[in-house]
Design a protein around this ligand. Sequence first.
Ligand code: 2PG
Ligand code: MG
Length: 430
Amino acid sequence: MPVISNLKARQILDSRGTPTVEAECVLDDPSSGSGQAFGRAAVPSGASTGSHEALELRDGDKKKYMGKSVEKAVNNVNTVLAGSLVGKSASDQRTIDQLMIDLDGTENKSNLGSNAILAVSMAVCRARAASEKQSLWKSLADQFEVNMEKEVRLPVPLMNVLNGGAHADSGLSFQEFMIVPAGLRTFSEALRAGAEVFYALKDMLKKFQYVTAVGDEGGFAPHVADADHAFSILTHAIEAAGYSGKVKLAIDCAASEFYKNGKYTADSKSFTSAQLVDYYAHLAEKYPIVSIEDSHAEDDWGGFALMQKQMGKTMQLVGDDLLVTNTKRIQTAVSRKAVNAVLIKLNQIGTVSETVDAILLTQKMKWNAIISHRSGETEDTFISHLAVGLQTGQIKTGSLSRTDRICKYNELLRIEEELGDHATFVSPFK
Ligand code: 2PG
Ligand code: MG
């Protein structure tokens, strides 16, 4: 039985140069050759964060990193969490996570910080996988008793190639315009299709004299007029790369960001909740859109329900800021028929076990779960393993540039290779 023998954290930087927490866990494991197993993990950070998310603890000392340093969270790992976890068995993740939840004692992890707790939660998973001498995805599948047949499903990527909203100063109201290579046969073919569309998109933007600088998630951030124009450029890029019909489109509107006093202001127009649904329906008629995330603001349950009623039969409708990977809010969405899919982010809730509970509840409802990165990321590839281990079938992890995004795709290539003939790639869209 592996026992936690050392736990420590440090402050590192994320892809925006903002401090974040990295934790390391050592297990004493007499069964392994060296007698020890090691795991390291780093937490990501959002820009368009939902107000119902768990609290990311920042120091607030304006003299350091403009108040964004995380020394308190690091210290909480090195003192409080290490003090109570060292010496404990690491064999059951739920027990470890519950212990940290109890030590924190608040609903939103504001005492110790979700960044402190999650870094430890993930590092323990990694160390356990090392002590079991198996890949993290397999260890997670075993730990949470995921029923895997012989075939293991690799996730369809949702690739954010045009950045807007809070992620870029392109002026686009919607935050993410994604390409979805769902019609390919394997993950590696899908990745290639995504990359080739990305090159074609760059050529097209250059031709029309748009800037080709990239935003936070590695997508281009051109000053195009509106969503219609963005979709039109994307459709042409897909065609130019030779993937019409095989590569679909998706958006994350992140609508909380353009909602004020009961009105939505997007693409230079003002909308009520109901008018916004009509706007989405109009775009979906013109372009091959398969998924719309956060169509309405995070507490506009009525707007989401209307959207689901009108478009839910034919379109994946995803709750992100609305649901914040929280089983209570997912239950509310179920009773209010608000969406038919859930975006899953580890740091919205703050432990691996609670994240898995959100996935399991989503899957129980026969809704789609999409594992997601944050706009501030690190080189950590935990989410690639989570998507495979929990068999979610979809991952959203940015564009085809910036290593903070690409490293997740590269890890999926390694997992695909490891699985060989057992790897499958299935479109979740009809
Ligand atoms: C989102 C995410 C990730 P952020 O809204 O889905 O793309 O953005 O991490 O800024 O919340
Ligand atoms: Mg979102």
